[in-house]
Ligand binder design. Structure first.
Ligand code: MG
Ligand code: MG
Ligand code: MG
Length: 305
């Protein structure tokens, strides 16, 4: 039986490209693995696919009973239906270890770096397998996207070195391609508020409470001025529909290097507890905050204790 490799729900560039790269690498190692995704590519991921002539992975839904590899996540809550009944053969990731379990030993590559793409670059090197030009370009963009052009505190020297090596293989100027990609990611014109909230949304379990955190990265936060009312209405809907204690949306300004957080919570005091700053109404500006994983989830985990 051939296996499938896929990333988390609401797939980002890393989840999508890392699945393609992992399928290429595993196949060249003699394993039967094909790439999949839990949804269609976002516009910025589509830009990366088009720039390097890559094809989007097939969309999957139920994986019960299947042989699977995971990239960019290891939480059941971020997986497709049936993941708990699937046979997980391996994980390539850069997040905290989640709650998937396996029946047999698995191949796990989980490193504290800025992007799964960086781990995959190291895996190609480890196995002595040449990285195809298109995949190199894609992985390069995945790393630039996850590390917000190296500005995120999640970025490590390994990520920077990987981008430079991948850019050389792809034969592109990484600063230019990275900026073009972020411009596409930033364009929110005509995109429904719901799509923006779920563009990069994750539910977390915080001391038994369900907490949703979405993030939209913008080159200029003023781009979102006209739609904040719609975003607030959407947050209220998301909170009710998903039964969340709190729903937060980070509007991240990658040039000013900070985030405005829109808040809809049963207990708004958790925000001040987490960040030491009192919200004005239902929003707060968090200076220097670019990373949900490193700068938002941990303080909330503590505040919810
Ligand atoms: Mg991701
Ligand atoms: Mg990632
Ligand atoms: Mg991300």
């Amino acid at each position: 039986m051939s296996a499938i490799v896929f990333g988390h729900m609401n797939p980002d560039t890393d989840s999508t490209i890392s699945a393609l790269a992992a399928a290429d690498l595993y196949t060249k190692r003699g394993l039967a693995v094909s790439a999949a995704a839990q949804g269609a590519p976002t516009p910025d991921t589509q830009f990366v696919l088009d720039t390097f002539g890559l094809t989007a992975p097939a969309i999957i839904d139920d994986v019960a009973g299947k042989d699977v590899y995971l990239v960019d996540f290891s939480d059941l809550a971020q997986g497709p239906k049936g993941l708990a009944e699937a046979n997980v053969l391996g994980i390539v990731d850069h997040h905290k270890l989640g709650d998937v379990t396996t029946n047999s030993p698995l191949e796990a590559w989980i490193w504290p770096v800025g992007c799964t793409g960086t781990v995959l670059k190291a895996m190609y090197d480890f196995y002595g397998i040449e990285i195809p030009k298109a995949i190199a370009g894609g992985l390069m963009c995945a790393i630039l996207s996850d590390t917000v052009l190296f500005k995120s505190p999640t970025c490590t020297d390994a990520d920077k070195a990987a981008v430079k090596a991948l850019a050389a293989i792809a034969g592109v100027d990484y600063e230019k391609v990275g900026m073009d990609m972020l411009k596409v990611k930033s364009s929110i014109d005509g995109i429904p508020a719901k799509d923006l909230v779920f563009r990069d949304y994750k539910d977390f379990d915080m001391n038994g409470k369900k907490v949703g955190i979405g993030q939209v990265e913008l080159i200029d936060i003023a781009m979102a001025d006209g739609i904040k009312g719609d975003l607030r209405a959407e947050l209220a809907k998301v909170k009710a529909e998903r039964g969340c204690h709190s729903v937060f949306l980070l509007l991240t300004d990658i040039m000013k290097e900070g985030s405005e957080m829109l808040i809809n919570s049963d207990d708004i005091a958790v925000v001040e507890k987490a960040f030491g700053k009192k919200p004005e109404g239902d929003a707060v500006w968090l200076d220097g905050v670019l990373s949900r994983k490193k700068q938002v989830v941990p303080p909330f985990q503590t505040a919810f204790k």
